[in-house]
Ligand binder design. Structure first.
Ligand code: NAD
Ligand code: ZN
Length: 346
């Protein structure tokens, strides 16, 4: 089968590899679509060789069950679904409470095993997965379903964790209206009556934000925090979701969050957390405001995200590419030439 493999820093190749063999507790999935996340770009540019063997990347996977491990109950060949990306231990206290994205087995600052970031991922014709991580999608289109596995899951988790800040009429800011951000705008619209301000560097992205339900769009720059203050009677936004996560957007958030408000950092842009940490202890940080570094989501967040898509409340703006063109799609994403989510089809 064909697979998009990371060969070393900056090197991605489409290779011919054997179809994976499954153990008794696994499923073999015939991939219908695999989304490309900005995290795949971070991975591609990671300066060290991740491991000796090539790694098939891709953690936003939708497809059909092709084979069922001998020890798996309750799943059958032909079922359609997405892959829940936290391959957690399932037994620790966090997992037992449903917080599988916070699995204790992962360690203090690591994340649980995730396809395409350790185990082989889904930018391939087939992928093997733990049977527990399969979540059915009914008749949702694969191109729509694949991005739910991360773009919707992670956005939904960050938003759900800030729900007490989403009172009707409150202001929510979404910084970075890419794969995650354009879904976040729709989730906010669907589950709350907040006023949504979307911030991006690209006009196409800001136009997409409007179509997704943003009330106001702002070009990202040194004055953006002041604009947000001007729009909120100098009080600031009740909640800021940062899907970029660089120094500039952290700084913007520090300057524009309201008292008792929430800053949620989702983007992995390598921004200095010290900016926010220092601010949070310092005179510029409003009383009561909180910071959370948000990772992935729970299995239930994925089920909710699927339900929003099935209800027509979340529609992913998809840029479709053939698997063979994975490199081109990643390059386009890197240069801001993807609006919405790039999705590969094997
Ligand atoms: P994306 O490339 O699709 O979207 C990023 C958007 O940010 C683009 O629209 C871009 O124009 C915009 N942008 C860039 N610089 C900006 C700036 N200075 N101000 C405002 N907007 C700016 O990326 P994505 O796939 O949506 O991922 C977003 C980030 O979230 C990435 O860093 C990714 O690694 C991270 N991520 C984190 C998690 C998690 O669990 N924490 C999960 C998935 C992705
Ligand atoms: Zn666990």
């Amino acid at each position: 089968m064909k697979a998009a493999q990371l060969m070393g820093p900056g090197l991605l190749e489409i290779n011919d590899v054997p179809i994976p063999e499954i153990s008794p507790s696994e499923l073999l999935i015939r991939v219908g679509a695999a989304g490309i996340c900005h995290s795949d770009l971070h991975l591609l540019h990671f300066p060290y060789k991740m491991r000796e063997e090539p790694l098939t990347i891709g953690h936003e996977i939708a497809g059909t069950i092709e084979a069922v491990g001998s020890g798996v109950d309750g799943r059958s060949v032909g079922e359609r679904g997405v892959v829940y990306l936290c391959w957690s231990c399932g037994q620790c206290r966090e997992c037992m409470s449903g917080n599988e994205n916070m699995c204790l087995a992962a360690g203090r600052t690591a994340m649980p095993p995730c396809p395409g970031l350790g185990p082989e991922g889904g930018m391939a014709e087939y992928v093997k997965i733990p049977a527990r991580s399969f979540v059915p999608i009914g008749d949702l289109d694969f191109l729509q379903a694949a991005p739910l596995a991360d773009a919707a899951l992670t956005s939904y988790h960050a938003i759900r964790g800030a729900r007490e800040h989403l009172q009707p009429g409150a202001t929510a800011v979404v910084i970075g209206v890419g794969g995650l951000g354009h879904v976040a705008v729709q989730i906010l619209r669907a589950i709350s009556a907040v006023r949504i301000i979307a911030v991006d560097v690209g006009q196409d992205q800001l136009d997409l934000a409007k179509r997704c339900g943003a009330d106001i769009t702002l070009e990202s720059g040194p004055d953006t925090a002041q604009h947000i203050l001007d729009l909120t009677s100098a009080r600031g936004a009740e909640v800021i979701f940062d899907f970029v996560g660089i120094d500039a957007t952290a700084q913007m958030s520090v300057q524009a969050v309201a008292p008792n408000g929430a800053y949620r950092m989702v983007g992995l842009g390598g921004g200095n957390p010290g900016i926010t940490a220092e601010a949070a202890g310092g005179p510029g940080w409003p009383w009561g405001a909180s910071i959370r570094k948000s990772y992935g989501g729970t299995r239930n967040d994925l089920v909710d995200s699927i339900a929003l898509a099935q209800a027509g409340l979340v529609t992913v703006e998809v840029a479709r590419f053939d698997l063979a063109d994975a490199r081109d799609a990643l390059d386009r994403l890197e240069h801001g030439k993807v609006t919405g989510r790039a999705v590969l089809v094997p």
